[in-house]
Design a protein around this ligand. Structure first.
Ligand SMILES: Cc1cc2nc3c(=O)[nH]c(=O)nc-3n(C[C@H](O)[C@H](O)[C@H](O)COP(=O)(O)O)c2cc1C
Length: 203
């Protein structure tokens, strides 16, 4: 096998190192996170470091880069306490990727990439109308990861909206049916295909 030491990685430029380490941890769920700035501008950022933290209470976390690198989503969440998570599908992949660009705070990514805003009375943050899996999140906790200046943002699910036909009888959401994509590295997106579902494993 090819082997790599920390010294090898340190000798690479930061983009090569970033691609390598980002794809190393595998395929990730790809979400557009919608927030509202204090001045009313709707912000949309692309995030794939998303993690299930527990079902009762229903908690989902995501990792936000250091504040200087990705300031808007985090600040808007801290100030308003609310955000939306919207699964990305194949037809919107290019627009979603464009939402990772560093637009100024007064520019709405919704307008910049032409994704339609959907507003709901249950949540002050904007949803992505085209997404088949949308959920409203209320902030629980922002946990600083001191080692590298990133943050684990923990939120509670306060409402879920699914396109019809995605929900199975046992509560399972069939994401691949909706064309939800996964991402690896920082610029590659992939389709998914169900291999199998198994019964609860016992020793
Ligand atoms: C495929 C992909 C996945 C990304 N995942 C994350 C992530 O999980 N966390 C993060 O902080 N930034 C992530 N980014 C970078 C953000 O999208 C980018 O910093 C964006 O400008 C943040 O927007 P904001 O300043 O409005 O918060 C990702 C970018 C790409 C292309």
């Amino acid at each position: 096998m090819q082997s790599f030491t920390p010294n090898t990685l340190a000798s690479w430029d930061r983009f090569t190192r970033g691609n390598f380490i980002n794809s190393l941890s595998g395929f990730k769920s790809t979400h557009l996170i919608g927030t509202t700035h204090e001045n009313g501008v709707y912000n949309l950022g692309l995030f794939h470091n998303v993690v299930h933290l527990g079902a009762d209470p229903a908690l989902v976390g995501f990792v936000n880069r250091p504040r200087e690198a990705a300031p808007h989503t985090l600040t808007n969440i801290e100030r308003s306490g609310w955000y939306t998570m919207n699964a990305v599908t194949e037809p919107m992949v290019a627009q979603a990727h464009q939402c990772s660009a560093k637009y100024p705070a007064e520019t709405s990514e919704f307008e910049a990439v032409r994704l339609e805003v959907l507003l709901r009375p249950e949540c002050p943050a904007p949803f992505v109308s085209a997404s088949p899996v949308q959920y409203a999140m209320q902030l629980v906790e922002v946990i600083p990861i001191r080692h590298n200046g990133t943050f684990l943002v923990v939120g509670e699910v306060k409402g879920v909206w699914l396109h019809p036909g995605l929900l199975g009888p046992d509560g399972f959401i069939e994401l691949e049916k909706a064309g939800v994509v996964t991402s690896s590295g920082i610029d590659s997106y992939h389709n998914t295909r169900l291999i199998s579902r198994f019964p609860y494993a016992k020793p």
